[in-house]
Design a protein around this ligand. Structure first.
Ligand code: F6R
Ligand code: MG
Ligand code: MG
Length: 384
């Protein structure tokens, strides 16, 4: 039997700003998923949230992009959005870009990470869910986990991992993907994924046997909608242990709170701060960008767990550093490199301002001419 793990998320509205999912909307989604479980559409599920994103973690045997599973998720979001509207929650229904469902949720707004796997005797997995950032935010930690022996000693000393991993990298602008193998092609890989707004790691396979090891959601809402409709806060599924990176090797990559794009108005760089479920809400400057990690075991499609992976003093120093970096970045105010480069900003008044000032920009040569004539006049008046 093959098991599919589907993590599907959407921002359907939240409490007191783009801040936290309301429990009543989670309850509405729960009803839909409970009934889908009863009908045998899904085997098991877990509902959670990070910041303003409602997260549906589901298992089933129907494979990726299955119509009934996606329809279940869509209905759960619709029902949750109805409650959000009734309660007057902020940005109710924000990520549901279409009124009707057509086959699967891709392109309709929600973010999706799915993997179909042959369950190993024990199948430990970690699910990561981030708010106020975008899918490329996982590029750096994924590189460390699956290609950097300074993070993952298993790459050197575990015989099954020693052959390395293949990275499928998507160019989100062209909609084309390329497969690059580590360690052989790490310089080419880094040349691409160092531009995470464009080149996003989508899937990772073990070289030795092509075992699927990690999957990232790759929707970019702003590209889907052709205009800004909310950050595409990304989710990721990573399989662990026994010839794959250990849980601790995976978590170690998040001990460095690297800078990611997103945060306030989707237009600022800020540190990715790993947090517990209790702290999975956006506060300071609508952030800082936060990462929730949940660990499960999957057994015959049953989700055993979760364990709250960053609810741990071992990540206190990471959070402290993240807050220091947040302070440092904030002091730049509206200046780059805190503010994103103009092409990546989700809000910009620049075209309006340029239009307004059009007549007031003078060619440099004209400015000199104007100055020269002022000097000439002044000289004529006898000043030295
Ligand atoms: C970023 C985000 C928030 C909002 C900000 C302004 O992804 O969701 O930072 O951009 O709170 O929101 P509006 O324009 O809805 O008032
Ligand atoms: Mg949002
Ligand atoms: Mg969000």
């Amino acid at each position: 039997m093959k098991t599919t793990i589907s993590v599907i998320k959407a921002d359907i509205g939240s409490l007191a700003g783009h801040h936290i999912v309301h429990p009543d909307t989670m309850a509405a989604a729960n009803k839909v998923l409970a009934s889908a479980k009863e009908q045998g559409i899904i085997l098991d599920y877990y509902i959670t949230h990070v910041g303003d994103d409602l997260q549906l973690i589901m298992t089933h045997t129907r494979g990726e992009l299955d119509t009934r599973v996606h329809e279940t998720a869509w209905n759960a979001f619709k029902e949750a959005a109805k409650i959000a509207k009734d309660l007057g929650l902020y940005a109710a229904g924000q990520d549901l870009l279409s009124d009707s469902f057509s086959g699967n949720v891709r392109g309709l707004g929600p973010g999706v990470a799915e993997m179909e796997i042959e369950e190993r005797a024990s199948e430990p997995i970690a699910i990561f869910m981030a708010d106020k950032t975008e899918p490329g935010a996982y590029n750096l930690p994924l590189y460390k986990i699956f290609a950097d022996p300074f993070n993952t000693p298993g790459l050197v000393i575990d015989p099954t991992m020693h052959g390395g991993f293949k990275f499928e990298v998507l160019d989100v602008y062209q909609g084309e993907a390329v497969m690059l193998s580590a360690p052989q092609e790490i310089y080419d890989l880094l040349a691409l994924i160092g531009t995470p707004a464009r080149y996003v790691i989508r899937r990772i396979y073990r070289n030795e046997d092509n075992l699927l090891a990690a999957v990232v959601s790759i929707e970019r809402l702003n590209l889907i909608a052709g205009k800004y409709v909310g950050k595409d806060d990304p989710v990721m599924i990573v399989r662990l242990q026994h010839g794959l990176p250990a849980l601790g090797e995976v978590l170690e990559a998040f001990a460095f709170p690297h800078l990611v794009p997103g945060w306030m108005r989707g237009s600022h760089y800020g540190p990715l701060m790993p947090v517990s479920q209790r702290d999975a809400k956006a506060t300071r400057f609508d952030g800082p960008p936060r990462l929730l990690g949940l660990g499960f075991n999957v057994k015959n499609g049953r989700l055993v767990g979760p364990t709250d992976l960053f609810d741990d003093p071992a990540f206190d120093e990471t959070r402290r550093l993240a807050n220091i970096v947040a302070d440092y970045m904030r002091r730049h105010g509206p200046f780059m490199p805190h503010r994103l480069e103009p092409t990546e900003m989700e809000y910009t008044t620049l075209p309006l301002i340029l239009e307004k000032l059009k007549g007031r920009f003078k060619k440099e040569s004209d400015v000199y001419k104007a100055k020269e004539s002022i000097y000439a006049k002044e000289e004529g008046q006898g000043h030295d």
